[in-house]
Design a protein around this ligand. Sequence first.
Ligand code: SAM
Length: 326
Amino acid sequence: MLLDTHGRIIEYLRVSITDLCNLRCVYCRPPEGVALVSHNEILRYEEVLRIVRVAGELGIRKIRVTGGEPLVRRGVIDFIARLTALDGIEDVGLTTNGTRLPKLAAELKAAGLTRVNVSLDSLDRESFRRITGFDGLDDVLAGIEAALDAGLDPVKINVVLLAGMNERDVPAFARLTLDRPLEVRFIERMPFGAEWAVNPPNPFSALTALEMIREEVGELYQEERNHLDGPATMYRLDGARGRVGFIDPITGHFCGTCNRLRLTARGTLRPCLLSPSEIDLKTPLRQGADDEELARVFRIAVNAKPVGSAPRKSASTGEGMNFIGG
Ligand code: SAM
């Protein structure tokens, strides 16, 4: 079991398999693009699988594959099949922008994927295009349907609250949960990406979104806390099939129950999303470290987890989530 110095059991590893993405979300990547990391810098699937196998022996139980956009990396289906087959790994989920799900949802399910989170910040075609740089709303909506049809469960939709860009979408997103078994989660925007450093946005809090839904759609009833909900506080509209959640890293308390580590595509372990410190795993891996040595690096990363961070105060490092692994 991996226990951090604050008594939290660390059993969740988020694994970024690429820095690349087929969208250009304004808050994640600057329009001029990001410096490309050379191919050789990115961990090979074999290397990721070895790291996860060692992590599983240490007590990691849940994996979430992310990026960049994980579904743009070649060979991802076979990689997920091998990941889900590893001893000790009980649950493998995926975070995606959904654009490739119409094609891949059924194959992902067959490869053993259980759950999927689709990132979608607007239900309006034009504002989707403004936020992501692409006219792709229909693909993402089809991807969500494909994920439901394939039997991925749960299918969650992650909506970043973007002041001046998606306020009008909030009630519409909540309404999606009335007749579909979707979990729509509203997430406060965090201080990442070059654009934040230049132009910090107005706050758009989870509480504001919750009040908008109460006013425009109906009463929200809080659900009992479940460890599978992660940092989200979950609610249900009267009679709804799905649920609505709120994640408030900026205005609320987000860190106390943190049970995760991140493996970046460049092969570093990141103990805390909100702190730039990282621990190099790729160098020892490529220099021939044995499993015991890799396990030691894991324990160092677990011990480096801070009790919490203050994102409001932390200056943006200029790195977007594509680089950190969202
Ligand atoms: N491409 C995949 C996707 O779109 O889900 C996975 C990577 S993406 C970086 C993961 C998530 O991070 C997305 O839901 C995205 O909206 C979110 N994200 C990126 N920058 C963020 C920020 N500054 N604050 C909050 N969420 C952010």
